[in-house]
Design a protein around this ligand. Structure first.
Ligand SMILES: [Zn+2]
Length: 268
């Protein structure tokens, strides 16, 4: 049997860590049948992601555009994001979300930061709705607030098109179930290769709702932990999922790729 393509649904090749060699990395990934989605964190990285993917027209590499919750210091440029979001190379709005891990200590500053994050997220959920594209969500220590916003935004999910993905999932089954009920997929990073803490939740999430997510350059899986990450390393995440779910590595690659193709409406 021919080896199936893996899809790294979350890889920041548009960041400075790859300035010198992102082309070499993309070529290497493609040669080893690894497709790539490059999410944006701010305007510069969003633009760069679209530039990179445009240069690879015809290859299985796409971008997402968005402003990360830790980037609220940058003013949200509705017009530019809206133009970028309509590009054929852009398959989602992301990464966007809520991050309460990095909030200031002072109570009042904290409150303002939360308001700013929610406002930024809301603007981008609205943009996703407008351009009819899914969202790539980042969430750290803010699941209750995020779920509340998603319920308000999307309402009940009736098994129509899925709405997005919770990337780098590190919460429990209660949160996972809420996201699944709302029509979201869930992706796991290399974190699952260096702790067994998420084995149970991984076991419980239906196979057809899982995707692979390197979050490169961060979170390199074992045996590359601590080094700069590479899209091809999603292989080690797939191996861990196979072990936990008791299925073959090939089955994980095929199913997670199928899920990514469906969510992002990509074909190659
Ligand atoms: Zn990321």
């Amino acid at each position: 049997m021919e080896t199936p393509w893996m899809i790294d649904t979350h890889c920041h090749l548009n960041l400075g860590q790859y300035n010198e060699d992102y082309q070499t990395i993309i070529d290497d990934a493609l040669e080893h049948k690894t497709a790539i989605i490059i999410p944006g964190c701010d305007l510069a990285s969003s633009k760069k992601g679209v530039e990179i993917t445009t240069a690879y027209t015809g290859k299985p590499i796409w971008a997402a555009v968005g402003q990360h919750p830790t980037e609220t210091g940058e003013e949200w440029d509705e017009k530019v994001y809206s133009d970028l979001a309509r590009s054929d190379f852009v398959v989602a709005i992301g990464e966007i979300g809520l991050d309460y891990f990095h909030l200031p200590q002072d109570a009042l500053e904290r409150e303002h930061a939360v308001i700013a994050q929610k406002k930024l997220l809301q603007q981008q959920l609205d943009l996703a709705h407008e351009v009819k594209k899914p969202v790539i969500l980042h969430c750290r220590d803010a699941h209750d607030d995020l779920i509340e916003m998603l319920i308000k935004q999307y309402g009940v999910w009736t098994s129509d098109r899925e709405r997005g993905v919770i990337h780098c999932f590190t919460a429990g089954i209660r949160e996972a179930q809420s996201y699944l009920d709302l029509g979201f997929l869930i992706s796991f990073t290399g974190i699952v290769t260096f702790t067994n803490e998420y084995d149970d939740v991984l076991k419980d999430i239906p196979f057809e709702k899982l995707m692979l997510d390197s979050d490169a350059p961060f979170l390199s899986p074992v045996p590359h932990r601590g080094k700069r990450n590479h899209p091809r390393y999603v292989e080690f995440i797939a191996k861990k999922i196979a072990e936990v779910k008791g299925v073959t590595f090939e089955a994980v690659v095929m199913q997670t790729s199928k899920n990514a193709r469906r969510l992002f409406e990509i074909s190659f």
